[in-house]
Structure formats: structure tokens, C-alpha cells
Design a binder for this molecule. Structure first.
Ligand SMILES: *Cc1c(COP(=O)(O)O)cnc(C)c1O
Length: 414
């Protein structure tokens, strides 16, 4: 987007705001769908927590996606957006009874996080739904692609709070079957933001073998396997992008190798991608307000960690460009900082940028997922607006910015 185009938007909608790209979202959804077109039951259940915005969920719905929810309000939001029945996956943990009750009322597929939730769900609903899914945690360490630089993907499921152990899964399936479940699913999420075409195929290999073993030992009918989220995006410009077509093909190879010979060639593959779907298709636009020259050079902007928390909590890198200066040399070193009374409120530390001037518009890239949604009201900061750049080039307001009245609306002064 050119500077004049962006200035036209900021004339109508003051900074900061998140701006999403409809064309990019649709293209991403279509690429994913085509990568898994070999599997007739394939479905993406977009992880609502990544971008819980009706205007975004509706685009994904038009592209054939369902939604993955993990809380009461995410379920209500999905219902309000017209998702129903098995288009809703409910992958929660430490779940209150009222949330299971609503998930069941909406006809969602319930994905249980723990063995003890079998009795809890039965106690809540009075029965076990005919379609049920369980989340698997293999424990230990999950790693992929060792090289001199270390592992390409490395995470520690053994330290994560999610999922059933292998033994619990076998016991759980038997128990659920005895309680009336007829159609079973398996879910696992072993590594986050993976930049590797091998993550999904490796995960699929583990889950497909598990599914074959489960069917054989328990007689349960495994109907779907949910590869969940975790396919990542290149936040840094020097990182290579995942190739979803290669990923889909890698999963297909495992499917042909393990499930087809086991007589399970009709199993549906599900995904619950958030970051991959939306991350690169959104940015945070903010204005340079102040320059501070102390022990370092600071650019103070009108966004803060309350609009984008990832740098402050994970030290995450987000690429930043200065609108209209994309081709200028990055010959200045700045810390780009927000206004929270919190020293971690830095969008970038020691970042090489072109010289930034007053009122320059800074574009913080790849904020489309886990960006706005992680926002909070610390320091009384208000959540920003969310805008959509439509395919025809027009801009649509998806969510207005919060006002002080919103902030005060839950307070009791009397
Ligand atoms: C967060 C989450 C996702 C999405 O993860 P991404 O890394 O954004 O792809 C999917 N499923 C569950 C259960 C999650 O908690």
C-alpha cells in the first residue's frame, strides 16, 4: 500500500489500527484447501482466538472454514456469525460446565483435553455425545530436522498442560464407547509457529499410527484426525515461508502409508490454523509522535503493547517499515516504543530503519493473528479499531476503537 493510500485511511480512521487484507485472507484459505483437496473430508477450523472479529470469521466462512473455539464468548461469537453444528470445534481446557453445555447446545464437536473430563462431561450433559474427540499429548520432547544450527522445530509436550497420555487415550476411548460415543476424533498440538514443511507430516505420522492402533485395540471408529494449529509464518524477512502444498503432500504420503493399508482411507483431516491463516494478512499502523535521544535513540509511537503484546511478552520480532520510505536505506538505529509505563513496551529494539520523522506512519507487519486479540486495557489503554482492506480497494470498519465510555462501563462508582 502506498503512503497516499494509507494517508487516505488515516484521515478517516485515526491511528493506531489493525488493517487486514481480504485478498490475502481468501488466497491463503484457498491455498490451504487446495493443499488438502486429496482428502474429501478436509476442513479448516480457524482458531478464533487468533482473530475474534466477525468480519474476518465471515470471510473464512465463505471460504468453507469452520471455527475452533475454546471459551464461552468464542462460542457465542461463532453462533452470532452463523456457524453451527459440526462447523464448530470446541477445543478447550479446564472447561467450566456451562461452556460444555453451550458447545453441546450449538451442536459443536467437543474435543476433550483430559481423561477426567469424560465423567465431567457426562455429569454436565447427562450423556456423552455420539461424536467426540480427545486431545493427545505424547509427552517428552518433540524435535525435527537436526542440523548444525540446532533443531528446525523443537518443543516440549511433556511440559505442556494439554492432552491425554497414550494410556489414558486408550482407556478413554473404551470408556467413551461404553458410554455411547460412536464417532471418534484425535487431536494434538505439539509445536507452535513451526517454520518447516515437515511439522504437519511428522505429526500426521504419529497421529495416523495412533489412530490405527486405537481402532485395532478398542474397536472405536476413528472418523477424523485434527492436526490443530502450529504451522508458522516468517516474521523475519530473511526467513523462508512454509509451502502449504508441500505440507499437504507430506501429510498425504503418511496417509497413504499408514491409514490406507489399515483400511482407514475414509478418515477426514482437520486443521485449526490461526497464525498461518491470518498472521501475514494483517498489520498494525501507528504514527511517530516523539523522538527521544538519551542513552539510545527512541521513536515513540501512538500504539503500545496493549495493541500488540507479542514483542513485550515473547520478545517476538515484528518487521517494521516506514510508509513511503520502503526504498530508503535503513541507516538509523532505533528502539520503537509505546507509551505504557512498562519498559517491555518496545515494538523493536536496536532496529535499523530509515530516518523516521514526526507523523511518519509505521507499519508493524504480521499482526493479523494473536495481535489485536491479545490486547488488554493496562494503563487504561483502549483497544484500537480493526479495518479491512477489501478486494476492490475500499476500506471497511470491522470494529470501532474503544472509547473511554467502554472502559468505564464495567466500573461501579457508587
Ligand atoms: C492456539 C490454538 C490453535 C491455533 O494455533 P496457531 O499457532 O495460531 O496456528 C489451534 N488449536 C488450539 C487448540 C489452539 O489453542
Amino acid at each position: 500500500m502506498t503512503l497516499p493510500q494509507l494517508q487516505e485511511i488515516t484521515a478517516r480512521y485515526p491511528t493506531p489500527f489493525h488493517l487486514y487484507d481480504e485478498k490475502g485472507i481468501r488466497e491463503t484459505a484457498r491455498r490451504l484447501k487446495s493443499a488438502f483437496a486429496w482428502n474429501s473430508g478436509f476442513k479448516e477450523y480457524f482458531a478464533v482466538k487468533a482473530t475474534p472479529t466477525p468480519g474476518i470469521l465471515k470471510i473464512l466462512q465463505e471460504e468453507g472454514c469452520g471455527v475452533d473455539c475454546s471459551s464461552l464468548t468464542e462460542l457465542i461469537l461463532s453462533d452470532k456469525c452463523g456457524f453451527e453444528g459440526h462447523d464448530i470445534m470446541f477445543s478447550s481446557n479446564e472447561t467450566p460446565a456451562c461452556e460444555y453445555a453451550l458447545a453441546e447446545e450449538l451442536g459443536a464437536v467437543i474435543n476433550l483435553d483430559d481423561f477426567t473430563h469424560i465423567d465431567f462431561l457426562k455429569g454436565t450433559l447427562g450423556y456423552i455425545p455420539e461424536t467426540i474427540s480427545c486431545r493427545f499429548n505424547p509427552g517428552g520432547v518433540f524435535q525435527l530436522g537436526e542440523s548444525k544450527e540446532g533443531f528446525q522445530v523443537m518443543d516440549t509436550p511433556g511440559d505442556s498442560k494439554y492432552g491425554f497420555t497414550r494410556d489414558q487415550l486408550f482407556e478413554g476411548f473404551k470408556k467413551l464407547k461404553a458410554m455411547g460415543a460412536k464417532r471418534f476424533g484425535i487431536h494434538a498440538f505439539l509445536a507452535s509457529n513451526t517454520l518447516s514443511n515437515d511439522y504437519y507430516p511428522a505429526l500426521a505420522g504419529i497421529l495416523f499410527q495412533l489412530a490405527a492402533d486405537l481402532e485395532k485395540e478398542t474397536g472405536c471408529d476413528v472418523c477424523f484426525i485434527n492436526l490443530s494449529g502450529g504451522v508458522g509464518i516468517p516474521y523475519r524477512p530473511d526467513q523462508e515461508e512454509n509451502d502449504i502444498a508441500v505440507i499437504g503432500e507430506g501429510v498425504r504420503e503418511q496417509f497413504e502409508k499408514i491409514l490406507v493399508p489399515a483400511g482407514m482411507g475414509d478418515v477426514a483431516i482437520y486443521t485449526e490454523l490461526g497464525r498461518y491463516m491470518l498472521g501475514p494478512n494483517g498489520c498494525l499502523v501507528t504514527k511517530a509522535l516523539h523522538f527521544k535521544h538519551t542513552y539510545k535513540e527512541y521513536v515513540g509511537v501512538d500504539a503500545c503493547a496493549a495493541n500488540l503484546m507479542r514483542p513485550a511478552i515473547y520478545g517476538a520480532y515484528h518487521h517494521i517499515t516506514v510508509s513511503g520510505k520502503e526504498d530508503k536505506p535503513c541507516d538509523h538505529i532505533y528502539d520503537v516504543v509505546g507509551s505504557l509505563c512498562e519498559n517491555s513496551d518496545k515494538f523493536a529494539i536496536d532496529r535499523a530503519l530509515p530516518q523516521v520523522e514526526l507523523e511518519d506512519l509505521l507499519v508493524i507487519h504480521d499482526t493479523g493473528a494473536h495481535g489485536f486479540s491479545m490486547g488488554y486495557n493496562y494503563n487504561g489503554k483502549l483497544r484500537s479499531a480493526e479495518l479491512l482492506l477489501r478486494e476492490d480497494g475500499s476500506v471497511k470498519l470491522l470494529r470501532r476503537a474503544e472509547t473511554p465510555e467502554d472502559y468505564f462501563s464495567t466500573m461501579i462508582f457508587a
